[in-house]
Design a protein around this ligand. Structure first.
Ligand SMILES: NC(=O)c1ccc[n+]([C@@H]2O[C@H](COP(=O)([O-])OP(=O)(O)OC[C@H]3O[C@@H](n4cnc5c(N)ncnc54)[C@H](O)[C@@H]3O)[C@@H](O)[C@H]2O)c1
Length: 254
């Protein structure tokens, strides 16, 4: 018997995850598939995404991958329409994709600024706009926007990213009010430092790991599954009283 929590309300639900090809998104895809949900994900990393689909297929789970560069809003809208026509109305949206590329203040051009905003926040609004109509017709839904503790702890080295990530809070709170009467819940899940392949490859050093072990109350590396398990709960009916909120999952970083 499995020791993982099972949420009956997630069984058969149509779930869309942006940036589901790797990192936290891939873990979210896996975890929803294990709940018996019908899962689709959007990503522009074709190789990683196809590898995830194949590995899940070997485990007996079918998930749908739709190639999409989320910075292109027309493409995003078309991808959402194609997922809905293949799987049915989307009632759970996980707005997960982002990129924490580092950049100095001096290097930022107006074009780079726009590109970072498009990568890190703009698609969250337009995905929510598109699925909200489907959710209304289906009688409700849950939208989870992925935030970040980076701006809360005053992290430097990526002002475009931290600006966009702080705006996720405002987006959630703006949408939750308008969509609440349609039984659509909107929340932010805010990860701390989560050891994805990319984080380990690019940013983890012996010094930064030492700082992590000092600052986190929980003395272990956090992994994508730590976020995915919380996202499952937030998307399920067990969290039906939660909307318009932000939930930090960071191992108690101080
Ligand atoms: N890992 C962490 O420590 C951490 C900390 C705080 C917040 N977060 C947030 O969690 C979420 C997931 O982060 P992650 O660490 O798993 O990231 P990641 O870089 O490991 O994975 C992001 C995925 O999104 C995809 N993606 C990025 N831009 C895209 C685009 N324009 N079009 C289509 N696909 C695109 C990538 O191909 C990749 O598969 C993000 O919102 C991030 O801001 C992560």
């Amino acid at each position: 018997m499995t020791k993982q929590a099972q949420y009956p309300s997630l069984n058969d639900k149509v779930v869309l995850v942006s940036g589901g090809g790797s990192g936290i998104g891939a873990s979210i895809v896996r975890n929803f598939a294990a709940q018996g949900a019908r899962v689709a994900f959007l990503d522009y990393d074709r190789a990683a995404s196809e590898a995830l689909v194949t590995s899940l297929k070997e485990e007996g789970c079918d998930v749908l991958f739709a190639f999409c560069d989320l910075r292109e809003i027309d493409d995003l809208r078309a991808a959402i329409a194609s997922v809905a026509s293949a799987l049915g109305p989307i009632t759970i949206l996980i707005n997960n994709a982002a990129r924490d590329d580092r950049h100095s203040i001096e290097s930022v051009t107006p074009e780079y600024w726009d590109e970072r905003i498009a990568t890190n926040i703009k698609h969250q609004f337009f995905a929510a706009q598109a699925v909200a109509e489907l959710m209304k017709q289906a009688g409700g839904g849950s939208i989870i926007n992925m935030g970040s503790t980076s701006w809360m702890i005053g992290q430097g080295g990526m002002p475009c990213y931290t600006t966009a990530k702080s705006a996720v809070q405002g987006l959630t709170r703006g949408l939750a009010r308008d969509l609440g009467p349609h039984n659509i819940r909107v929340n932010t899940v805010v990860p701390g430092w989560i050891m994805t392949e990319r984080q380990v490859e690019m940013w983890l050093t012996p010094e930064s790991e030492k700082e992590l072990m000092e600052r986190q109350c929980v003395k272990r590396r956090l992994v994508p599954d730590d976020i995915a398990k919380f996202v499952l709960f937030m998307a399920s009916d067990e969290a039906s009283a939660c909307s318009n909120q932000s939930f930090i999952v960071d191992g108690g970083w101080v």
